[in-house]
Ligand binder design. Structure first.
Ligand SMILES: NC(=O)c1ccc[n+]([C@@H]2O[C@H](COP(=O)([O-])OP(=O)(O)OC[C@H]3O[C@@H](n4cnc5c(N)ncnc54)[C@H](OP(=O)(O)O)[C@@H]3O)[C@@H](O)[C@H]2O)c1
Length: 337
């Protein structure tokens, strides 16, 4: 029960572990910013696979994040500042990634992780940006060192992160090849800058041939694998000499077999990455890199939010069901206040 002396807020509370029915939107205590933190009034957030896993009891909140409120990204207005915070003031429009707690009217976040929202950007769009674009930018540039002219493969090309990766790779001068299990999603990905793609048939030998043709021989310089499972071996098969493969997700399976000889002879780099559990300093560094290189592209209209659907916080259980169905393409936004 909420303490009557403490200000409250509406939040999507995880009342246990299980299906979407464990979510209950109700009053909860409002968090307070400590030293170096900012209290943000959340306008929009978005739903991520991490939220689904946390709800199912398979991905506990990282240290410092609330155990019973999901939401790993937000867009909103600065409400108040903790001690020793400079550079931000009440009313500033900010977006950021966080360890959790953003499916609520208020969230606290380290000031160092906040990024200013481009002027005039609507809240729905702002809420769809941080997790997808910081993940995509970090994977492409910081982890894989993508440079102009390279060939990039994106598995699950029409997912939230997939469309952000496609847009950024295109903006950085790469040629993008995407995969999806759903033919209609290839057409959508083309609108976001994908040059060519393949509807997954189960026979990954075909993918290798398609990639060889797409790259005029050598294969992919950079692969952003959002799926794991059998896609890991396919990524290795399709990689060019000194190709960099970034493992970002495991929806298709957390076990994979790989051809060690091919990894050696092709001198491949396989790297895993995760944002949610990174330290504050690491999240701040990824956010600064995003602010420096991606936000100007957003402000200039060269890349944009890829919104699939929007749900009110009150309907967050339906939003979970929708993401779980895999029917959508792009980001599912949660309107909070
Ligand atoms: N490491 C990190 O920090 C980080 C950050 C954000 C996201 N992620 C991960 O990145 C991945 C993508 O996230 P997202 O938010 O972009 O996803 P999303 O928007 O929910 O889309 C995921 C898509 O993957 C495809 N898919 C689902 N199950 C599949 C399976 N078993 N085999 C093949 N394809 C499957 C579906 O599209 P089709 O129609 O093509 O099947 C689905 O629409 C997730 O694994 C997520 O956990 C990681």
């Amino acid at each position: 029960m909420t303490d009557s002396r403490q200000p409250g807020m509406r939040a999507a509370i995880l009342t246990g572990s299980g299906g979407p029915e464990v979510l209950a939107v109700r009053e909860a205590p409002r968090p307070s910013p400590t030293t170096g933190e900012v209290l943000v009034r959340v306008r929009t957030s978005a739903l991520n696979r991490a939220d689904l896993l946390q709800r199912a009891g398979r991905y506990p909140a990282p240290p410092g994040a609330p155990a019973d409120i999901g939401g790993i990204e937000f867009a909103g207005e600065v409400e108040s500042l903790g001690a020793q915070v400079t550079g931000w003031g009440p009313g500033d429009r900010v977006f950021a990634i966080c360890g959790g707690g953003a499916h609520a009217e208020y969230v606290v976040a380290p000031a160092s992780t906040l990024v200013r929202i481009p002027e005039g950007m609507p809240w729905d769009e702002a809420g769809a940006i941080p997790e997808a674009f910081i993940t995509a930018h970090d994977a492409l540039r910081t982890q894989a060192g993508l440079v102009s002219g390279e060939v990039v493969v994106v598995h699950a090309v029409a997912s939230g992160v997939g469309l952000a990766t496609t847009q950024l790779a295109h903006a950085f001068g790469a040629r993008v090849f995407g995969t999806t299990r759903t033919a209609a999603k290839l057409a959508l990905a083309r609108e976001f800058g994908m040059h060519d793609g393949w509807v997954v048939s189960g026979d990954f030998a075909e993918l290798r041939e398609r990639l060889a043709a797409f790259s005029n021989g050598p294969g992919a310089d950079v692969t952003i694998d959002l799926l794991g499972g059998p896609y890991v071996a396919a990524s290795i098969e399709g990689a060019a000499l000194k190709g960099r493969i970034v493992l970002v997700g495991a929806i298709a399976g957390s076990q994979a077999s790989l051809d060690v000889r091919r990894v050696l002879s092709r001198r491949l780099t396989l790297r895993g990455t995760v944002l949610r559990s990174r330290s504050t300093a690491e999240k701040a560094a990824a956010s600064r890199a995003f602010a420096d290189e991606v936000v100007p592209l957003i402000a200039a209209g060269r890349v944009r939010a890829n919104i699939d659907r929007t749900f009110d916080l009150a309907d967050i259980a339906d939003a979970h069901r929708w993401v779980e169905s895999n029917a959508g393409a792009g980001k599912v936004v949660i309107r909070v206040s």
